[in-house]
Design a protein around this ligand. Structure first.
Ligand code: NDP
Length: 444
C-alpha cells in the first residue's frame, strides 16, 4: 500500500505504533524502516519530531524523562530503556499521570553494544541520552558510532575494576564520531556540565583572560537518614574516597583524600565545610581555557557523613576488591550499595537547597576582576515537579537541555566535545527557562 497516495488521517503516534508492530513481527531491514518513516511524514502531513532514547531509569533518568516530556515540540517520541524494565514502566506511568504524554519503555543491557545498536535501529533514534552508569559510556558510544546517532552523557567513563575516571578513551572516539557524522557531547549534567558552561560564559562575556577557577558544590539537603548518598552510592563513594587533585601552573597536584578543607559561604545557604576533591570537568577545562593558572573543585560534606564514611572505609566496606563470602564472590562496595537507601527513593524525604557555582578570577581590559556564577535549587520543588531529589534534578535538566540544543541544531558539530567548546548563551537561556535559574555576582 502506498500511504502517500491515501487520504488516511492518523496521528504520528498511531502510525509509529503500527510501524513498531510491523518492525517487531517481520524484523524489517533498515532500508524499509527508513522508507516507512518517510511515508509517515507524508501521511501525517508534517515533519516528524525527534526521537530520543534515554538509557538508565534511576534518579537522573526519571528527571530526563519528565523534562523531555515537558518539551514535546522537540522530543516527540521518548523511549526510556534500562536493565530493569519495570523501573522504566513506573516512571512512564508517572509521566503520563502528570499529563505529559506517552513514554515508550524497553529493556536494554547498556554494556552490550549490539543490543544498544539494535534498540537505536528499532526506534530510529536521533539521539541517545546515556544516564546509566559511567561503566556503560564506551559501549553506548560505540553503538552510536555504529548507527550514526548523536550521543550525550553526564559522567565520564570509569572502568568497573579501577576507581579512576578520565576522558582519554572517550576522546579517542573523536575520529569515529567525525566519520559517522554525529556529535558526542560529554558531561552534560551539572558538574560536569553546567559548571563548564558557566565558565565558557564567563570567558565569553566577562574576561580577556581567566586565571583562577574554583568550583563550589554544596548539597545542603537533609533526607533524615544517618547515612545515604544522593546519587549512585558506588559512583559517589568511589569519587570521594579517591585522592584529591587540582591543577596549578601546568601540573596536577595530588593530595590525600579529604585532606584540604575550607569554609565557604554559599549564597542562600551559609558557611559550610568544603573539601577539595578531584572532579572530572577540570580535565577538559585545563585544555580548553587558555591562560589558566589554577583550577580546584570543592564539595561540602557534613561531619556526620564523613564519620560514617571513615568507619565504612576503615572496615573495608568501600573496597572494590572482590572477596569470597560463603562461597560467593562479592565486591564490598557493591554490597554496601545494596544495603544503603536507594537514592531514587530519597526525593520524598529530602528538604533543603543545593548551590553549585563557579568562582572565577581573571583580567578584563587590563583590570583584575572576580565573578561568581551559581544556581540555587530546592529539593522539595524538584520532587514536586519530577518525583526526584535535587541532585538528580540538577543533573537531569542539563542533560535534557544538551539534547535539545543538539536536536535543534543550535549546538552542532561532528566528533566528541566537552560542554565549554560550544556557545554558552543558548544553554544559559534554557537553564533559566527549564528550572535552573542562575545568578551572577561581580565580587568587589
Ligand atoms: P542510579 O544508580 O540511580 O541509576 C542508574 C540506572 O542505570 C539504573 O536504572 C540502572 O538499572 C541502570 N543501569 C545500570 N547498568 C546498566 C546497564 N548495564 N544497562 C542498562 N541500564 C543500566 O544512578 P543516577 O540516576 O543517580 O545517576 C545516573 C548517572 O548520572 C551516573 O552516571 C552518575 O554518575 C551521573 N551523575 C552525574 C552528575 C553530574 O552532575 N554530572 C551528578 C549525579 C549523577 P538497574 O535499576 O537495573 O540497576
Amino acid at each position: 500500500m502506498d500511504f502517500t497516495k491515501t487520504n488516511l488521517k492518523i496521528s504520528g503516534l498511531e502510525y509509529y505504533k503500527i510501524y513498531l508492530e510491523i518492525y517487531t513481527k517481520y524484523n524489517l531491514r533498515n532500508v524499509y524502516k527508513r522508507f516507512m518513516l518517510i511515508s509517515l511524514k507524508k501521511v501525517t502531513g508534517k515533519e516528524m519530531g525527534k526521537t530520543a532514547i534515554i538509557i538508565g531509569a534511576g534518579g537522573v533518568g526519571r528527571v530526563v524523562a519528565h523534562k523531555t516530556a515537558q518539551n514535546r515540540d522537540i522530543f516527540e517520541k521518548i523511549v526510556l530503556a534500562s536493565r530493569t524494565k519495570s523501573k522504566c514502566d513506573a516512571i512512564a506511568s508517572e509521566v503520563a499521570n502528570r499529563g505529559l504524554g506517552e513514554i515508550i519503555t524497553d529493556r536494554v543491557d547498556g554494556d552490550n553494544t549490539d543490543e544498544v545498536a539494535e534498540l537505536i535501529e528499532k526506534y530510529q533514534a536521533d539521539i541517545v541520552i546515556n544516564v546509566a552508569l559511567p561503566y556503560q559510556d564506551l559501549s553506548i558510544m560505540d553503538a552510536c558510532i555504529k548507527t550514526k546517532t548523536h550521543y550525550l552523557d553526564t559522567a565520564n567513563y570509569e572502568h568497573p575494576d579501577t576507581a579512576k575516571f578520565e576522558y582519554k578513551e572517550q576522546w579517542a572516539r573523536d575520529e569515529a564520531f567525525k566519520q559517522a557524522g554525529v556529535l558526542g557531547l560529554l558531561g552534560s549534567g551539572f558538574d560536569p556540565g553546567v559548571t563548564n558552561v558557566f565558565i565558557a560564559y564567563a570567558q565569553k562575556h566577562h574576561f580577556d583572560e581567566i586565571h583562577y577557577i574554583d568550583i563550589f558544590d554544596c548539597n545542603d539537603g537533609d533526607h533524615g537518614y544517618p547515612f545515604a548518598t544522593n546519587f549512585n552510592p558506588e559512583i559517589n563513594i568511589r569519587e570521594i574516597t579517591a585522592n584529591g587533585r587540582y591543577w596549578e601552573n601546568g601540573e596536577w597536584i595530588e593530595i590525600p583524600a579529604l585532606s584540604k578543607k575550607i569554609d565557604w559561604d554559599y549564597p542562600e545557604i551559609g558557611v559550610r565545610d568544603s573539601y577539595l576533591i578531584y572532579h572530572e570537568e577540570m580535565e577538559s577545562l585545563v585544555q580548553n581555557i587558555p591562560h589558566l593558572k589554577r583550577i580546584r573543585f570543592f564539595m561540602t560534606f557534613s561531619e556526620k557523613y564523613l564519620t560514617h564514611l571513615r568507619v565504612l572505609e576503615n572496615v573495608g566496606m568501600t573496597s572494590i576488591e572482590p572477596i569470597n563470602f560463603n562461597g560467593q564472590e562479592i565486591v564490598p562496595l557493591q554490597f554496601l550499595k545494596a544495603i544503603l537507601p536507594d537514592p531514587a527513593t530519597l526525593g520524598e524525604r529530602t528538604k533543603g537547597k543545593t548551590n553549585i557555582g563557579v568562582y572565577v578570577t581573571g583580567v578584563k581590559d587590563g583590570k583584575e576582576k572576580t565573578i561568581y556564577i551559581y544556581n540555587v535549587s530546592q529539593h522539595e520543588e524538584a520532587y514536586r515537579e519530577t518525583g526526584a531529589n535535587g541532585v538528580s534534578y540538577t543533573t537531569g535538566v542539563p542533560a535534557m537541555i544538551g539534547a535539545k540544543l543538539i536536536l535543534e541544531g543550535k549546538w552542532n558539530g561532528e566528533g566528541v566535545f566537552n560542554m565549554e567548546e560550544f556557545d554558552p548563551d543558548p544553554f544559559m537561556e534554557e537553564l533559566n527557562r527549564q528550572g535552573l535559574p542562575w545568578k551572577l555576582i561581580e565580587v568587589e
